[in-house]
Design a protein around this ligand. Structure first.
Ligand code: ZN
Length: 688
């Protein structure tokens, strides 16, 4: 009997697929297992099992300017540590003679494609490949997907784009991180997307620091109307109050207009992350994690999507999902069903879906009440459901009247909104979307007159730009074209952003981990270290334009109209230019976070002080250079200054030493590196 081997990304996904296609026998191999039956074997990766290695894997062990940029002759795949058993099992399964076909069931996106291809390519497999491409993990969706398997080669371009992105980011990230680490004598992290994002945050924080607040004064009537003129001094404003006090105001105009505010679009990953940050203060990373888990629990559809729309073949499904939500909010659902769902081009648009449609509940959402979910998961599934129902609801309709009053030559303005149909606004989760029912006591008609009971001065201050939150930063990353002054280029990158929806959360976390930015409540604020580092970099390392253009090139490769080689050589040229530019630069002030004591004699990386001693910042596994601080022979610890001299000259005179029998002395020591241990070798006593 022959088998078709299905490879998914995770055990939970494998279990869902196995159940659905009747592969019910669970077979263990060590701590790993797979499913078999009905002509199928179902197994999985555990996220990425292979990577393209580190510079050391290609022979670039030493941190030296002359080896930069680091460009491997040919990229290879390396097994990631800790997955030996899973990899061995996959190898056995993929090579089994009775396995005649392999089905790639990894997540339907660029990353999932790479996870599968790395496995398939690493084992040099040549068996035919099919692709399971689905947007939700419900039985129905798996069954449909299995009945309509696609040919693996249809995704060659997707893999090309994923692989060239990995290679380009590697060359740029590894080369420039080393370059700036060497130049600054500190561990720096530079990345194609990361560094421009740092620069965006740092520039904003600098603008805030440079901002000077200015007071201003408004004149306000008791009905809420404001004087058209805004004043620089309280004196001027008071004069107006006095001038108009007890005088007749005339209604010059009262313009009424019926207005509509349409429903928000369905959620993409970015809009979901923004809303979760605004409402619950959740980080983008936590939102993605919760959404991925809800997807695996089959409650929502595939989360790594940049689309806000559904396809036209989903109309019936959308209607049935609404019915599934009856238990969740019966009043709201029955009202929606009675009024009729608002399914129009704001919900359905085939042209605005690339790989995946918007994030919506699945038709298993009815199970929600029976499932135990984490707090984050509850928040996220709530937002997805609410947005789904809002989008199908009626628009918010209100009546807006704009009044203009005059008195003693001054013009006062007032806008009054009266809700007519609340529609989706009734369920709005966002504060700023809440309907304010501003009522005025009187209704005015043109040429009416009145005397204001109270005229007052209200002081305000001009406000600096706002700090970034994850929500506003995600918005900038998604709409990077708005930051690009060059019209032609900004038009060019309009549909791209910085990074992809799936990677943006990780980029924020990496910047925090590197110490360049900090999270303070909801705000993301650059550290002084981060601002100095961003300021020290040339434009072609930190500009959003360049990376946005590459993002566009990657998307072209994905669609089969761009060349991987061209993109790679452009990036290599750019990195080479940066390296030569930095090498030729005469002076620079170093940007360091930790006090480094010197340069590692083994590998050239900075040596830093920590509680136990002085260690090479390349780490124990990569280098292992380490000097213990305490030394019984001298009766005290080495100081940073002493180790600094030792590293610089190979020799140091230690003063104020006390031997074990209490004798005071000074002596010259030299550096003795056995290759394994680093010692200070006693040379001779020094003259006092
Ligand atoms: Zn070292």
């Amino acid at each position: 009997m022959n088998y078709r081997l299905i490879v998914s990304e995770k055990p939970s996904v494998s279990a869902s697929i196995a159940y659905c296609i009747g592969a019910t026998e669970k077979i263990s191999e060590g701590n790993s297992f797979y499913w078999q039956g009905n002509g199928y074997i179902v197994t999985n990766a555990l996220g990425h099992l292979f990577g393209i290695g580190m510079p050391d894997d290609y022979g670039f062990e030493k941190w030296e300017l002359d080896t930069l940029p680091i460009i491997p002759q040919e990229f290879k795949l390396f097994p990631l540590k800790g997955y030996g058993e899973q990899i061995k099992m996959l190898k056995n399964l993929i090579n089994r003679d009775d396995v005649t076909e392999v089905i790639n069931a990894c997540d339907a996106g660029r990353e999932g494609e790479c996870i599968f291809r790395y496995i398939y390519n690493y084992f040099g497999c040549t068996k035919p490949v099919k692709r399971l491409w689905i947007s939700s993990l419900t039985d129905e969706s798996i069954r449909q997907g299995m009945a309509n398997l696609l040919d693996g080669s249809e995704f060659d371009n997707l893999f090309s784009a994923g692989f060239v992105r990995a290679k380009a980011d590697w060359i740029m990230g590894m080369s420039l991180s080393r370059l700036y680490s060497i130049l600054n004598n500190d561990r720096h992290r530079v990345g194609r997307v990361k560094t421009p994002v740092l620069n965006i945050i740092a520039s904003r924080d600098e603008a805030i620091a440079a901002f000077t607040k200015k007071p201003f004064y408004k004149v306000i009537l008791d009905n809420g109307a404001e004087c058209e003129t805004i004043f620089d001094t309280a004196e001027q404003a008071k004069n107006i109050c006095e001038k108009c006090s007890g005088k007749i105001f005339t209604v010059m105009s009262a313009k009424s207009e019926r207005k509509k505010e349409n429903r928000p679009l369905l959620h993409s990953l970015t809009s979901l992350q923004r809303e979760a940050n605004d409402i619950y203060g959740m980080t983008a990373a936590d939102t993605l994690k919760a959404a991925q888990s809800l997807y695996e629990k089959k409650l929502i559809t595939y989360p790594r999507t940049d689309s806000n729309y559904l396809s036209d073949d989903m109309i019936t499904l959308a209607e049935s999902i609404v019915k599934c939500l009856s238990n969740y909010d019966s009043d709201r659902v029955s009202r929606l069903l009675a009024d009729g769902m608002n399914i129009d081009s704001r919900v359905i648009d085939n042209d605005k879906i690339s790989d995946h449609h918007a994030i919506i509940p699945t038709n298993l959402i009815g199970r929600l009440g029976d499932m135990s979910l984490s707090e984050d998961e509850k928040n996220i599934v709530g937002l997805v459901i609410n947005r789904f129902l809002c989008t199908l609801d009626k628009p918010y309709i209100f009546n807006e009247i704009k009044y203009e009053f005059t008195c003693e030559g001054e013009v006062f303005k007032l806008t009054v909104k009266t809700p007519e149909q609340l529609g989706w606004k009734r369920y709005s989760v966002s504060e700023k979307d809440k309907v304010s029912e501003k009522n005025i006591a009187e209704d005015y008609s043109e040429n009416d007159t009145f005397i204001a009971k109270n005229i007052s001065v209200k002081q305000g201050e001009t406000q600096p730009p706002k700090r970034f939150t994850e929500s506003s930063l995600l918005a900038v990353m998604e709409n990077i074209d708005r930051l690009i002054p060059d019209k032609a280029l900004s038009e060019f990158v309009k549909d791209r952003g910085l990074g992809t929806p799936a990677t943006r959360a990780a980029i924020i976390e990496e910047l925090i981990a590197a110490g360049y930015i900090e999270r303070k409540n909801k705000q993301l604020i650059s550290t002084e270290y981060g601002r100095k580092f961003a300021a020290s970099l040339p434009d072609n390392v930190k500009s959003a334009e360049l990376t946005a253009r590459w993002e566009q090139a990657l998307s072209d490769i994905e669609r089969g109209v761009g060349s991987s080689e061209n993109l790679l050589s452009e990036i290599i040229k750019n990195v080479s230019d940066i390296v030569s530019f930095e090498k030729s630069r005469d002076s620079r002030s170093k940007v360091t976070r930790v006090q480094t004591v010197g340069v590692c004699p083994r590998c050239g990386k900075p040596v830093v002080e920590n509680s136990k001693g002085f260690s090479c910042s390349a780490g124990r596994e990569n280098c292992g250079f380490f000097i213990f601080k305490s030394d019984k022979r001298i009766g005290r610890n080495y100081t940073a200054a002493e180790i600094s001299e030792l590293l610089r000259t190979g020799r140091v005179t230690l003063k104020n030493c006390v031997s074990s029998n209490g004798k005071k002395y000074s002596a010259v020591f030299s550096l003795d590196d056995t290759g394994k241990y680093v010692n200070l070798r006693f040379e001779r006593f020094a003259n006092k």
